[in-house]
Design a protein around this ligand. Structure first.
Ligand code: LLP
Length: 443
């Protein structure tokens, strides 16, 4: 059994996270429940910040809030001196509501609407990561309307494809994101960007994928970006002050996943920056990164109650839990794998191989295919590990299932950061048009 962060098993065989017995958390807050190990989140944030500090380069570590955007998480990011990457008005609003300093917010996205751009301009965010020509001209115009000059990075695709699941690769040429270096689009974008009066071009951004275990992809991206920077300096006399290398640093979901310590990713990137830029006699740029998954992923655990089971002799046994693809769509979307234990009987010996199914009306709603567990009974608690990133963030109300609560635990304290949705929340935005009400009344 691999336990992350502050997780441990107490003498009663209960899983304890952040000093809180998960059986008590289940009783107090109900299930399904997202539990966040606050100390582990802060530890990850500090690993990034300290590794960059050790490099001697100027830096910003921008938490990619898409992984888990809630106000409490923005508050932690602020306290840990992180910057914040947002990709929609909703994430921007969450950050601003949490009091996150706008100057440390970076706005991403391949189709920012005029309303979103205006909202970000009004908030005076620190930087826009411009994705395409439409956005470049629109942002220049909207900034001009407000009499502002705004910092931008250009998102470029350096043609590096990291080893990862197809659906989450973004660095290769065939991508909906960014300006391609290989076909000259990025070069043209630099020329255009530097000609816009209301835009201040700080540099470029590159993100090569997600859940990456090797440094090679990042080093290759740095080589390409540095080569491009030198070409732009030599031919256009433009210097990049900032290089943003995106996120993508992998985490351990299951045995066999072999992520590197954060310090090693950072060292590989910063060493490569230093050697490439020094060799070209180029002033060392500031380095920004945008980790999402590796900041919060292993700090999250989802607690479920086991309900029914179905044994199909010679085929498989299903046990069903009170959540599923609504709170964790990743197995259905990406065939992602997870580890789990019975949180109330963690010391019991493993007895059978089961498949953990969710409660959605869909055959594909399986959270874990083939896991060894003690014989689970109705009412047992199942803890699924490593659900901190892209679980709550991607949760839905499919089947009108309510989204679970999120609880942050630390040193024996458990605090609700997001309330469980109520049935009234489920219908809260519904309206029955008057003509339908009249038709009902007339029957
Ligand atoms: N920066 C940019 C521009 C990105 O597109 C992403 C992730 C990140 C940073 C953060 O990457 P991370 O450090 O979390 O790997 N829903 C998928 C992941 C999609 C990632 C999209 N972009 C999943 O559940 O695996």
């Amino acid at each position: 059994m691999y336990l992350h962060g502050t997780s441990k098993i107490n003498e009663q065989g209960h899983l304890v996270i952040g000093g809180c017995d998960t059986t008590e958390l289940a009783a107090q807050f109900g299930t399904p429940l997202y539990i966040v190990d606050e100390a582990l989140v802060r530890q990850r944030a500090r690993e990034y910040v300290e590794s960059f500090r050790a490099s001697g380069l100027k830096f910003q570590v921008a938490y990619a809030s898409k992984a888990f955007s809630v106000m409490a998480m923005c508050a932690i990011a602020e306290q840990e001196d992180l910057s914040l990457d947002v990709v929609s008005d909703g994430e921007l609003y969450t950050a601003l509501k949490a009091g996150f300093p706008a100057a440390r917010i970076h706005f991403h996205g391949n189709n920012k609407t005029p309303e979103e751009i205006n909202m970000a301009l009004d908030a005076n965010i620190g930087c826009f990561v411009v994705d395409n020509f439409n956005e470049l001209y629109l942002l220049n115009a909207l900034a001009g309307d407000k009499g502002k000059k705004v910092n931008i990075l250009l998102r470029i695709t350096p043609g590096v494809e990291a080893h990862t699941h197809d659906y989450i690769s973004t660095g290769q040429t065939d991508s909906k994101f960014g300006f391609d270096v290989g076909n000259g689009t990025a070069y043209k974008a630099i020329q255009e960007a530097s000609a816009q009066p209301n835009l201040e071009l700080l540099g470029v951004h590159s993100h090569i994928g997600s859940q990456i275990f090797e440094v090679e992809g990042f080093v290759m991206a740095v080589d390409r970006v540095a080569g491009f920077a030198v070409q732009v300096r030599d031919e256009l006399n433009i210097l990049f002050r900032v290089i943003n290398l995106g996120g993508g640093f992998g985490i351990r979901y299951v045995e066999g996943d072999t992520p590197l310590p954060i310090s090693q990713y950072v060292k590989a990137i910063t060493d490569s920056i230093k050697s490439n830029f020094s060799a070209a006699g180029y002033p060392l740029p500031e380095i920004w990164v945008e980790p999402g998954r590796s900041m919060v992923g292993d700090a999250g655990t989802t607690l479920y109650t086991v309900g029914t089971s179905k044994d199909i002799p010679g085929v498989r046994k299903y046990i069903a839990v009170d959540g599923g693809m609504t709170d964790n769509p990743r197995p259905a979307l990406y065939e992602s794998r997870y580890e789990a234990i019975l949180a109330n009987r963690a010391n019991d010996p493993v007895e059978e191989n089961v498949t953990v199914a969710g409660k959605c009306c869909e055959s594909g709603d399986k959270l874990i295919i083939d896991i060894e567990l003690p014989k689970a009974n109705n009412g047992d608690l199942l803890a699924v590990f490593c659900t901190g990133a892209y679980n709550y963030a991607m949760a839905s109300n499919y089947n009108r299932i309510r989204r679970p609560a999120v609880v942050f635990v630390k040193d024996g304290a458990a605090d609700v950061a997001v309330k469980r949705e109520s049935l009234d929340d489920i219908v809260g935005n519904d309206l029955i048009p008057a003509r339908m009400q009249q038709a009902s009344a007339a029957k």
